[in-house]
Design a protein around this ligand. Sequence first.
Ligand code: SF4
Length: 337
Amino acid sequence: MNIEKFSDAIKYCRFCFMCRHLSGIGNVTFTEADTPRVRASMVYGATLRPETLTNEDLIRTMYRSDLSGACRRNCVHHFDEVGLTLAYRADIVNLGAAPEAIKAIAAELENWKDWTVSGSGKVVYVADQYSIDSGAAAAFGKLAGEFQTIQGGSCGKGLYVLGFHESAKKVAEKFVNVLSSTEAETIVVSNPAIYDMLVNTCPELGITVPGKVMHSTEFLAEVKCKPLGDIYYLESDFLRNYNDDYAAPKALLKANGANLHAFGTNDEESYSCAEGAVVLDKIEPALVEKLANYIAARADHPESDIIAVASPYTKVQLKKYTTLNVKTVEELLAEQL
Ligand code: SF4
């Protein structure tokens, strides 16, 4: 069982409530079940009574985690409560116990259309649907020089977080083969979920990624625009909590005259609308709406604050459910060229 690899999280989290205030879903549902402590307690119980591992309520709880990684990042011992949730999901899939709704989402992701390639150059930009819908891809085009674009497909990250690791590997191999075919030396992504897929998940699945992978904000480090002024920056789960506080987005904003203000009540919480869960908007969209409204309620001046994000997913969800003035870092720079 995959959950056995996370015995530390099971043992220690079940007695600890230290990170409950960073449990994104728990903060909007007010349910103890949606915290690392109770998820670990429930999984521990299932190790004593294996017949309860596929309990419907347990499965539903484990599939609605926001997977932000905020609890793991701020835990004194960094116990991997995210890894435990992902391992549980993989075990449920391997046992053939994934709910029909989850299987349907996985089937949709597995049969997504193919990637297509256009343009020329030694750089390839990954224009996934969130990067296009958020405006990040178009803004990147105004800021970058010559580059190829790959567009339209799936990278496998959604399948991976749902627990369908074999399918995720097949889809990721197709994605990486298309990247290889471009012969690009540098792969640039705006979507942090794809960054994490290429940097961490592909190696874990035994897939070698060709070229250097960069988030767009690192690639655009030399861009200079007019001073950006007062900005609130919402951290990306994948860049901050999964990739060692990846500094490029804030560094780029500061280098271009952004006066960054702290957002919300603390700098540990995730304000991403469940970016880490990748497809929570397909599993329980009402939870993503609650998360968006939770974020909106914490803005100092909701109608006028300029809010920057490194995650196109977060912008798309906040624009869908709130009136916040949210822009991707690429858009803010392109507007001030
Ligand atoms: S992740 Fe750390 S802080 Fe959170 S419940 Fe587990 S042991 Fe406690």
